[in-house]
Design a protein around this ligand. Structure first.
Ligand SMILES: *Cc1c(COP(=O)(O)O)cnc(C)c1O
Length: 396
């Protein structure tokens, strides 16, 4: 199929077809190209490729057909002009910052982002003269006030992890653009199957492909999606030079993940919704955080901005850390691991793992109480999931 055919294609079609270029072998499934370099027909062709006069493959740090297919498919799903695949989600964030920022620039970032993203900003980008301030995700006035004349970029995750807070992407994009800033959204938790930030006005979308894009806990990877100038030229230019590139094998795994992304995200959401509603009825549970619950303070925004509420939820147990650890240790099926976005359900105690390095005060500010448990709901039967958690709840 040529690209023209996809102009009006629906998400489901793009997810299985976009970006595929069949070779002369007529393969049905996309091939993996494990080659570091490419052979030219003659010296003149080599010169033309290097000069950029002729399109085509040169070297797999920056041109690989399998990686390109993944990039084109994800770009189509997010509704972006360009996509650059990277070795991990963190290198996607690094590549974006290296390409779009310079010394003296200022970034405003939500406090509730992935912990390693905070470390990247505070310990590394600051070393090179890029300043960062952190604000509350939901506080639009706070974002307004934090923007300075040298602010270039606003960075968010929505929904947040583990408390599932949201920001109105459209409203934040308007704030960003009124002040000549770019809005970067890490779309890890919703994926384009549930939320398309570029269509709501965001400028750049970041992915940790490690999570739901793979969806089966196999490979580490990332991606940056956006317009042809900033992403297709600037971010690509950094990747080509610095080399945090995605391997062709990983690109193939993610490509196959994209084909079932929507089905999986809907199934994750169905399970998480059922589990959240059930947890809300349990006497041992003080509070449940899930955007799909009517009790969530941003339930209406989540219905407007996301097609479904996603697979991530958290809840507070009445007995603090002792109760949380008892519940976790009494489970026999769910995996005790900090990763998420897997077919297998995972459970985490944020206060002593992902947020364990924060001071007591920082943790309290972030709303991470000792009784908080996070569940990334997988695709097992909801009956078996409830039974596994019941083992834990009964010990309390
Ligand atoms: C995991 C994660 C990252 C980092 O991705 P890696 O693939 O582990 O480098 C970035 N953002 C969010 C929201 C994540 O959950």
């Amino acid at each position: 199929m040529t690209d023209d055919i996809f102009e009006d294609a629906e998400f489901e079609t793009l997810a299985v077809r976009a970006g595929q270029v069949r070779t002369n072998e007529g393969e049905q499934s996309e091939p993996i190209f494990p080659t570091s370099s490419y052979v030219f027909k003659n010296a003149a062709q080599a010169a033309a490729r290097f000069k950029g006069d002729e399109p085509g493959n040169i070297y797999s740090r920056f041109t690989n057909p399998t990686v390109r297919t993944f990039e084109q498919r994800l770009a189509a799903l997010e509704g972006g002009e360009s996509c650059v695949a990277t070795a991990s989600g963190m290198s996607a964030i690094l590549a974006t910052c290296m390409a779009l920022l310079k010394a003296g620039d200022h970034v405003v970032c939500s406090r509730a982002v992935f912990g390693t993203t905070v470390v990247l900003f505070n310990n590394y980008l600051m070393k090179f003269g890029i300043e960062v301030d952190f604000v509350d995700l939901t506080d639009l006035d706070g974002w307004q006030q934090a923007i300075r004349t040298n602010t270039k970029l606003l960075f968010v995750e929505t929904p947040s992890n583990p408390l599932t807070q949201l920001v109105d992407i459209q409203a934040l994009a308007e704030i960003a653009h009124n002040r000549n800033c770019l809005l970067v959204v890490d779309n890890c938790f919703c994926t384009p199957a549930l939320q398309q930030p570029l269509k709501l006005g965001a400028d750049v979308v970041i992915h940790s492909a490690t999570k739901y894009l793979d969806g089966q806990g196999r490979c580490v990877g990332g991606a940056v999606v956006g317009d042809a100038e900033r992403v297709g030229k600037d971010v690509y230019g950094f990747l080509r030079t610095a080399g945090p590139s995605m391997s062709p094998f990983n690109a193939w795994v993610f490509l196959k993940g994209l084909e079932t992304l929507k089905l999986r995200m809907h199934a994750h959401s169905d399970n998480a919704q059922a589990l959240a509603e059930w947890l809300e009825e349990q006497p041992q549970v003080e509070k449940v955080y899930y955007p799909g619950l009517a009790s969530h303070p941003q339930h209406d925004l989540s219905k407007r901005q996301q097609s479904r509420a996603g697979g991530l939820l958290s809840f507070v147990l009445k007995g603090g850390q002792a109760a949380a650890w008892k519940l976790i240790d009494a489970t026999q099926m769910v995996s005790i691991t900090a990763n998420l976005g897997d077919t297998k359900t995972t459970v985490t105690h944020p206060a002593t793992t992902t947020h364990g390095r924060l001071t007591d005060e920082q943790r309290a500010d972030a709303g991470i109480s000792d009784g908080l448990v996070r569940i990334a709901v997988g695709l097992e039967s909801i009956t078996d999931l409830k039974a596994d958690l019941t083992r834990g709840l009964e010990t309390l």
